[in-house]
Design a protein around this ligand. Structure first.
Ligand code: BG6
Length: 519
């Protein structure tokens, strides 16, 4: 068991860049949906509260259900009340003021006439405020509606050309396609109406503070970079473990599975951040070019030895936090014979100078024992032990952990002399915790930074099409191989809810003489 020694940090000063966006309105398609309520509205409210939105900011919500502006505003107040944290005073006046910036329009997304109505409503709202605002069209809808909505927006001339001011941006949620072919097809279809500069494909992991910090950590310190390569690093692990099950998203998830849901986007993005080369500048294209170089260097999985590189499983019933939970197949909305994987573990290699021969192990799943997203950089053992008779293998190798969530922080495990008259060694930890150092009880939600960047015309934290296609390029052959296994009726391993996934996941890493680890 490693002991945690708090690391004292003296802050030498802060360097912050802040900017308030030009007047901007947000048109949300899917305004009554879960994403709007859970993420978009609370994020906009926090930006509003922190005076980071331009004056005359507004939201026009679009959904099927008929509703007046007034009832949409009451809905917004309810969303904020539900999100409210105990022990924090509610600013009733500010919430009311914020809700007054909201308007609503009902309509069927397939009906071109609805888009004329949206155009008129936008004109009215802008006339009232005397502003020519930039517009974000936020597609918080199921992904199969994306193409149709964009076509209709273009037909109604609601989308301006990319160099036009005021501009229009379209925010698209994942999944972008369901494999390489469909993602390329979708891309071609939407590029008929939008340039890449106008498309903001969200991967919310990239907006997380702890994920943004990976680059700061790697490239604003000198001491780690010389070690960040195959000479010193034995392997890297990335874990994204959830205790939650499929919840109310069975319709989507049963078709997607964990590879599409977590690996194609979040997991490969974390991998890119931890393994990419430094761009010359923190500038959107240079930064994303480096990520693309990394993603295209991932070695394709040898399909003839698939089980050595990729394993999967589906959760059965079990216990989570002392409560009995259903198996995936028994969840409401899931096909009782579903062969969809809710867990996957993958081993991969990156074919470049820095990482040749270093394995990367990635695992993610639902209904696992703990909720933890963490990246572990496992360094090599010392080359020689001077502490005879202790062998070099008996001296624990250093490891560095990025705790993405929860208990956000970074820790470095190293060996130290255990105090006493004998020569004893103990593994100890240098630990940096966001809460201890920055005093923030909860970090800002990823959506706040991403929405603000979109308003500021800053795509750096959004996925570019080539990134998406290289990720699909790696994932699609595995998806196809698993589909073939399902068709040939090969049974899908079931793991107990509340465990760490199927036994095969342990074997995947143990076959190389290593263990999964979390700090
Ligand atoms: C989403 C997935 O993108 O990320 C969900 O669709 C998953 O299935 C979620 O639960 C995890 O996000 P977070 O921010 O809770 O780690």
């Amino acid at each position: 068991m490693t002991k945690k020694i708090p690391l004292k940090i003296i802050t030498h000063g802060e360097f912050c860049l802040t900017q308030t966006p030009d007047p901007c309105g947000v048109v949300i398609f899917g305004a009554s949906g879960d994403l709007t309520h859970r993420k978009i509205i609370p994020a906009l409210y926090h930006l509003y509260q922190n005076k980071l939105l331009a004056a005359d900011f507004f939201v026009l919500g679009i959904a099927r259900t008929p509703k007046s502006d007034e009832s949409f505003r009451s809905e917004i107040l309810k969303v904020l009340a539900d999100k409210h944290k105990p022990n924090i005073d509610i600013d009733v006046k500010l919430q009311k003021e914020f809700s007054q910036c909201h308007y609503y329009q009902s309509g069927d997304y397939a009906d071109p006439l609805v888009y004329q109505t949206i155009k008129n409503r936008l004109q009215q709202i802008k006339n009232n405020s005397n502003q020519s605002a930039n517009i974000i069209f936020y597609l918080a809808t199921p992904s199969d509606l994306v193409c149709e909505i964009i076509q209709n927006l273009a037909m109604a001339q609601l989308i301006q050309s990319s160099d036009h001011t005021p501009w229009s941006h379209v925010v698209i949620e994942k999944p972008f396609g369901h494999d390489l072919e469909s993602a390329s097809k979708l891309n071609k279809a939407i590029h008929q109406h939008l340039s890449e500069k106008q498309i903001y494909k969200i991967d919310h992991y990239l907006g997380k503070e702890t994920v943004q910090n990976i680059l700061m950590f790697r490239f604003s310190n000198t001491i780690f970079e010389p070690l960040w390569n195959r000479q010193y690093i034995d392997h890297i692990q990335i874990t994204a473990a959830e205790t939650l099950g499929v919840e109310h998203r069975a319709g989507y998830y049963d078709k997607a599975g964990v590879l599409r849901d977590m690996f194609q986007n979040h997991m490969l993005q974390l991998l890119a951040l931890v393994a990419m080369e430094p761009p010359c500048r923190f500038e959107s294209d240079q930064y994303r070019d480096e990520k693309v170089k990394l993603l295209r260097a991932i070695r394709p999985t040898p399909l003839d030895r698939l089980s050595e590189f990729a394993v999967r499983g589906q959760y059965g019933e079990g216990m989570i936090d002392g409560k009995k939970v259903l198996s995936f197949q028994d969840e409401s909305g899931v096909d009782p014979h579903s062969q969809t994987e809710t867990f996957a573990a993958i081993k991969l290699f990156i074919d470049n100078w820095r990482w040749e021969g270093v394995p990367f192990y990635l695992r993610s799943g639902k209904r696992l024992q703990n909720f933890a997203t963490e990246i572990v950089i496992q360094f090599k053992n010392v080359p020689h032990s001077m502490f005879y008779p202790m062998s070099k293998e008996q001296i624990a190798a250093n490891f560095l952990s990025f705790r993405i969530q929860p208990d956000e922080g970074i820790s470095l495990a190293f060996e130290a002399k255990h105090p006493g008259p004998k020569t004893c060694m103990a593994s100890v930890n240098l630990n940096f915790s966001y809460q201890d150092i920055f005093g923030t009880k909860s970090l800002p939600d990823a959506y706040e930074r991403l929405l603000l960047d979109c308003m500021l015309n800053e795509p750096i934290l959004f996925s570019r099409q080539d990134m998406i296609e290289f990720s699909w390029g790696f994932i699609t052959p595995i998806l196809k191989a698993w589909k073939d296994e399902n068709e040939s009726l090969l049974p899908l391993p079931i793991y107990e809810a509340g465990s760490w996934g199927p036994e095969l996941a342990k074997e995947l890493i143990q076959q190389d003489g290593r263990e999964w680890k979390l700090s």
